[in-house]
Design a binder for this molecule. Sequence first.
Ligand code: 4AZ
Length: 247
Amino acid sequence: IRGGQVSDIREHPWQAAITVYLPRAKSYNFLCGGVLIDSCWILSAAHCFQERFEEKRLRVVLGRTFRLQNSSSEQIFDVEKYWIHEQYDDETYDNDIALLKLKSESGICAIHSPEVLPACLPEPHLALPDWTECEISGYGKEEEFSPFYSERIKRGRVRLWPQERCVSEKLAGRLVTPNMLCAGDTRGLDDACKGDSGGPLVCPNNGRMTLMGLISWGDGCGKKDTPGVYTRVTNFTNWISSKMRAN
Ligand code: 4AZ
């Protein structure tokens, strides 16, 4: 997260850190953010899995304020299977969504706690007003060209942009589709950045923080008059439910 402030996992208990095992380093490396939406289910961005990693190399960490520091509140899971959206386009990042099923013997995976709690999914037709104040979170970089991810989870405040302003002219000429939404800080400070991908954009709705976006892409991080681009979750609620129902 560029700008924003350091935070605590209890402020974003649905935040996941997705890691991948690198055999040469014999260690798990941070890959992307993710969002807990049900005891055994995590949403993330399809582009994080473009390399088509084998499931057994993936691991999901929940409940940590510090990315690399073990915590008594953490819950760690292997991945049973994951699905990349069938219409994901690796050139435009259209349909940038992936769903991961956590592995468990019992059918129960994440246990609810102050540090681990699923986000609410929106109704498919939910449209929030332009400029609604929302929140992003992640362990991603604090600046585009920083060599490091953030060690502590951060939060940023961004507002939903009108779709008519969410156009390629604001985004280095890259195509924006109806499956994307733009959000940004009108002050131009807070923004998602590298490593935040797959993580949450949540907005207040009926007193609950509701998952409206997944961090997807942008032109740099925190550039003036340049929004971040998010996967529009309302367009995928049917895709999500049908995968969960079938699996
Ligand atoms: C990235 O590379 C990335 N400013 C994610 C979000 C944004 C930029 C880059 C939005 O994962």
